[in-house]
Design a protein around this ligand. Structure first.
Ligand SMILES: NC(=O)c1ccc[n+]([C@@H]2O[C@H](COP(=O)([O-])OP(=O)(O)OC[C@H]3O[C@@H](n4cnc5c(N)ncnc54)[C@H](OP(=O)(O)O)[C@@H]3O)[C@@H](O)[C@H]2O)c1
Length: 304
C-alpha cells in the first residue's frame, strides 16, 4: 500500500492529506522540528466545508527523522520548496515519487537539477482552502487538480490512488501547458491585486486596472509564444477576464501574503516569466515594474 508523506501541511497540504486518508491511503505529516505535535506523536486536523466538519488524525514525523519516504507530496509555498525538500532529502531513496503541488514555475527545474535521482511530478490545483487555525482548514471552494510529468503521456501506476480521491483529480499528458497557463493567469492578476490591495473583481471594474491587465496580458502572451507556449497563452486576456469574473470576491493569495507581511511567490510567477522573456529577447516593462513594486512592498514590510 502507498504511504504518502506531506511536506507543507498548510491549507493545501492539509486538504490533500485529508483527501488521501479519507480514500484509505495512510498519510504522515512532516513537521518542523519545533512543532509541539511531534511530542504527541499524532496530529488531529479539522477540515470544514460550510457547516460540515471532519477531523482526521495523522501520524507525524520531523523532517530530520530517518524513516524512508516512498511517496512525497510537497505543498509549501513555491519559495520554500527547495529548502523543504533539502530537509528530507536523506529520507528519499532513488526513484522515490515526489509530487510538487504549488503555484508558480522554476522550482520544478531546480528540484530536478538538484535531485535527478527522484521521480518528480508536477501538479496544479484550483481547489480553494485556507487555514482557520494551526490544524484547522476551511475547504472554501471545490476545484480540480491536474498532475503530470513533462514528456510522460500515460499516468504511472501510483496515480490510481489519486483517481480514488473524493475530489476531481486527473492525469495531464501536457502538464507544461497546464503550469504555463496557470502562471500566465496568475501573473496578470495576483501582482496587480497585491499592489492595489483590491479583490479580483476590481480588476474588471476599475478602467485603469482593466487597461493594465490588458497590457500585462499582451506582454505575457508575447513571452509565452517566444517560449513555445502558444497553447497556454492563446486568448489569454479572455481567460484572465473569465477568472476575474469567476473569482470577483476573492482576495488573491499574493494580496493575502502582502496584507499579512509574508513573502510572496512573485519570484516564481512574474520573476520566472521575466527570466523567460530575457532568454528570448522579449521585453516586458509592465511586468518588470510590477515585480519591482511587489518586491519593494515586501522589503518595506521586513523593514517596518
Ligand atoms: N490555499 C489555496 O487555496 C491554494 C489554491 C491553489 C494553489 N495554492 C498553492 O499551494 C501552495 C501552498 O499554499 P497554501 O495556501 O497551502 O500555503 P500555507 O497554508 O502557507 O501552507 C504552506 C505550509 O508549508 C509549511 N512549510 C514551509 N516550509 C516548510 C518546511 N521546511 N518544513 C515543513 N513545512 C514547511 C508551512 O509551515 P509554516 O506555517 O510553519 O511556515 C505551511 O504549513 C502555494 O504555492 C499556493 O499558491 C494554494
Amino acid at each position: 500500500m502507498q504511504h504518502w508523506h506531506i511536506l507543507g501541511a498548510g491549507a493545501i497540504g492539509g486538504l490533500f492529506a485529508n483527501l488521501l486518508q479519507t480514500a484509505g491511503t495512510p498519510c504522515t505529516l512532516l513537521l518542523r522540528t519545533d512543532d509541539p505535535d511531534l511530542a504527541v506523536g499524532t496530529a488531529a486536523l479539522t477540515l470544514r466545508r460550510g457547516d460540515q466538519q471532519q477531523t482526521c488524525r495523522f501520524s507525524v514525523s520531523a523532517s530530520s527523522d530517518n524513516i524512508p519516504i516512498s511517496h512525497l507530496l510537497v505543498c509549501t509555498k513555491a519559495q520554500d520548496i527547495v529548502a523543504a525538500i533539502a530537509g528530507v532529502a536523506h529520507r528519499l531513496a532513488p526513484g522515490a515519487v515526489v509530487v510538487l503541488l504549488a503555484n508558480g514555475m522554476g522550482y520544478q527545474q531546480q528540484v530536478r537539477a538538484r535531485w535527478p535521482q527522484l521521480d518528480c511530478f508536477s501538479g496544479s490545483t484550483t481547489e480553494g482552502a485556507f487555514r482557520e487555525g494551526r490544524r484547522a482548514i476551511c475547504h472554501a471552494g471545490q476545484g480540480s487538480t491536474l498532475i503530470g510529468q513533462p514528456g510522460r503521456v500515460a499516468a504511472p501506476d501510483w496515480f490510481r490512488t489519486w483517481l480514488a480521491l473524493p475530489a476531481r483529480c486527473a492525469w495531464s499528458a501536457d502538464i507544461d501547458t497546464v503550469l504555463w497557463r496557470k502562471l500566465a493567469i496568475n501573473c496578470a492578476i495576483n501582482p496587480v491585486t497585491a499592489l492595489h490591495r483590491c479583490r479580483n473583481g476590481e480588476l474588471a471594474q476599475r478602467p485603469q486596472l482593466a487597461a493594465l491587465v490588458g497590457e500585462l496580458c499582451a506582454e505575457i502572451s508575447a513571452i509565452g509564444i517566444a517560449a513555445g507556449q502558444q497553447r497556454a497563452v492563446s486568448n489569454l486576456r479572455q481567460q484572465v477576464m473569465a477568472v476575474i469574473a469567476a473569482t470577483a470576491d476573492n482576495r488573491s493569495s499574493m494580496l493575502q501574503d502582502v496584507l499579512a507581511g509574508r513573502a510572496t511567490e512573485i519570484d516564481y510567477l512574474t520573476g520566472y516569466l521575466l527570466a523567460r522573456g530575457r532568454e528570448h529577447g522579449v521585453p516586458a516593462p509592465r511586468n518588470a515594474a510590477l515585480l519591482a513594486a511587489v518586491q519593494a512592498v515586501h522589503a518595506d514590510n521586513l523593514g517596518a
